[in-house]
Design a protein around this ligand. Structure first.
Ligand code: GLC
Length: 506
């Protein structure tokens, strides 16, 4: 079983969100489990300007990749390779597409990621051993699915490769209007690849063409099948039947470990949590709050945007503070939400700290030093913050959605069995209610303890999210099944795809 990932992010080389963490952690875990893939997993990644080239990287030559945007019809693409972190990183270097300040957000993103996908396939086509599975992630690599079926169907290697598409974010779909089809090498009047008269939704194409499709939690998979939660793609996902499912992400338990974390002032573990109190008073002092404050300290970390529900938090903040809690927020993003949060911090200078940036080390000190972690996401395919918080003995308060509801057990409705607090609606009232429940149970941050709170922390820390335990083996099983479906499908001839244009997002 040879597996190749094609992805737009992979930590530590390129990351804007959870996608980067998961691509790296899964590739590594697959290399470590028994019955994993043969040889190293390949991870294809664009060489963005910001990618630090690993010292052991080798030039793997230059190849000509069909490029509809170039006058010559092809682009010279350099490939750099490095065996590192337990996988083979294969960087696609084409400065015209990737030597830019940002990773995403350009008018020609369809061309950029189309070229990236095509280059990955061209590299794989030249390999001595072809891949059995192309594991593509989010819309950025979905052109690979179109290309496999249109340009490589009769290639002895790639034509037989099975596709698994993992959807980390259903809201971004790579919408490509007809006039942009030439960027992918498709004629604008094509109807066989793009039945919709207006254009092609690349994520839709990936869904209908991949042998298997998954998203990153069973809870979100169920929501994605509904009109409310499907972002316009629920008909395509329903059409997949049992070929669409959820596999819960793991957590990298080496990267996230309070017993070895070099960025926190005192380490601790499940058996001895005394270091956590030091982390608490430290982070409070660092951020200008009272280190001996007895109120529960709520930590909040992430991209400030509508999905993450930071506006819900901002609206709830006054009531949360009046109820006795303290707030630490770390994150940047949406300017409106940022100014809302700045207003909250100005109103409560001694009780609220808002740090408007992305700071990896401070994030770790907040996970360790907070009493409770808050994640009010409107929707969340999986989420990582709640898992990190649990591992750091910081019970999370989460909205009952997607991966959050799959990972956190509500203490209020399961007294003595919970790992955090869950609230039902993405509203300030519902969030305030959960904070009130947590505050009522919290014994006080000035050294007081209670068996109830200790039990809650202990259960949270005991949850095992290790990639190697269940997620990575589940992906292996999905690869095997995808290969079987591909082989059977090639024998049986093409399966009819939905012909009617499916509703487009938004
Ligand atoms: C996206 C989702 C997040 C998920 C991550 C990794 O960022 O929004 O919920 O954890 O991908 O799969």
């Amino acid at each position: 079983m040879r597996v190749a990932f094609i992805a737009a992010e992979c930590e530590p080389w390129a990351k804007t969100g959870g996608l980067g963490d998961v691509v790296d952690a899964l590739a590594r875990a697959l290399g470590r489990i028994p019955d994993g893939p043969a040889g190293l997993v390949d991870v294809f990644l664009p060489r963005y300007r910001s990618v630090p080239i690993p010292p052991q990287a080798k030039e793997a030559g230059e190849i000509d990749v069909p490029d509809p945007a170039s006058a010559e019809g092809s682009a010279a693409v350099r490939v750099l390779e490095a065996e590192t972190h337990g996988y083979r990183l294969r960087l696609i270097d084409h400065p015209a597409a990737f030597d830019r300040p940002e990773i995403y957000g350009y008018d020609d993103d369809v061309w950029r990621f189309g070229l990236f996908s095509r280059a990955a396939l061209e590299v794989l086509r030249r390999d001595a051993v072809p891949p059995d599975v192309l594991h593509i992630h989010d819309w950025h690599s979905c052109a690979s699915a179109v290309f496999r079926d249109t340009f490589y169907a009769s290639d002895p290697g790639l034509g037989r490769a099975a596709l698994l598409l993992t959807i980390h974010n259903l809201a971004y779909q790579g919408w490509t209007p007809r006039e942009a089809f030439p960027q992918l090498g498709l004629p604008p009047n094509d109807r066989s690849v793009a039945p919709d008269p207006a254009g092609l939704d690349l994520l839709w194409a990936g869904i209908v063409r991949s042998e298997l499709v998954n998203t990153v939690s069973p809870g979100f998979a169920a929501e994605a099948l509904t009109r409310r939660g499907g972002f316009g793609l629920d008909p395509a996902l329903r059409w997949k039947g049992d070929r669409f499912f959820g596999i819960l992400n793991g957590l990298d338990t080496e990267v996230w470990n309070p017993a070895t974390d070099a960025d926190i002032p005192a380490t601790y573990d499940r058996a001895d949590r005394s270091g956590k109190a030091i982390c608490r008073s430290n982070v409070l002092s660092e951020l200008g709050l009272d280190p001996d404050d007895p109120g529960p300290v709520l930590g909040v970390i992430g991209r400030l945007d509508h999905q993450k529900g930071f506006d819900i938090l901002a609206e709830a903040a006054d009531r949360v503070i009046l109820g006795g809690a303290r707030l630490i927020v770390l994150g940047s993003g949406d300017p409106t939400i940022a100014s809302q949060l700045r207003g909250v911090a100005r109103g409560w200078p001694d009780l609220v700290a808002f740090v408007e940036k992305f700071d990896r080390a401070l994030a770790r000190r907040i996970y360790a030093g907070s009493d409770v972690f808050v994640m009010p996401s409107r929707f969340e395919p999986c989420g990582q913050g709640q898992m990190i918080a649990m591992r750091y003995g910081t019970p999370p308060i989460v909205h009952r959605t997607g991966g959050l509801r799959d990972t956190v057990v509500d203490e209020t409705s399961n007294v003595g069995h919970g790992t955090g607090f869950v609230f039902d609606r993405p509203t300030p009232e519902s969030l305030v209610d959960a904070v009130t429940r947590a505050t009522a149970m919290f014994p006080g941050g000035d050294g007081a303890t209670s068996p109830e709170w200790e039990g809650l922390q202990d259960r949270a820390m005991a949850v095992d999210f290790d990639w190697e335990r269940s997620s990575a083996p589940a992906y292996m099983a999905a690869y095997r099944r995808a290969v079987e479906i591909r082989r059977a499908g090639l024998e049986a001839g093409p399966r009819a795809r939905p012909r009617a244009p499916l509703p487009r997002p938004g």
